[in-house]
Ligand binder design. Structure first.
Ligand SMILES: [Zn+2]
Length: 102
């Protein structure tokens, strides 16, 4: 059966022990990081539906490495370019993992 890259990323995120950033996912699957963020957005929706709410894509929010500001209110998985507090561009990217909610 043909398995799409989105399914492969989903399985990968279910198997890992620690959250991983989109840059590392892009490296593993040899795709563009921009593409990974698009997949993550879809996976976040589909994983809940397909598991009947038993699993979820969790995101460790990005944070500013200069002042420690945490980007808590992101609606979509992405890496902010600049810190709103200190204007630093030294941002630790968000990290992702799929976990069982039970
Ligand atoms: Zn900052």
């Amino acid at each position: 059966m043909y398995e799409s890259i989105r399914e492969r990323i989903t399985r990968f995120l279910e198997d890992i022990k620690n959250p991983i950033c989109a840059e590392d996912i892009a490296r593993v699957f040899e795709v563009d990081v921009f593409e990974v963020y698009l997949h993550l957005e879809h996976i976040a929706k589909s994983i809940r539906r397909e598991s009947s709410g038993k699993k979820a894509l969790l995101m460790v929010p990005p944070w500013c490495r200069k002042c420690g500001y945490v980007f808590k209110d992101l609606e979509k998985p992405k890496k902010p370019s600049k810190c709103p507090k200190c204007k630093s561009e030294w941002i630790e990217p968000p990290k992702f993992i799929i976990k069982s909610l039970e």
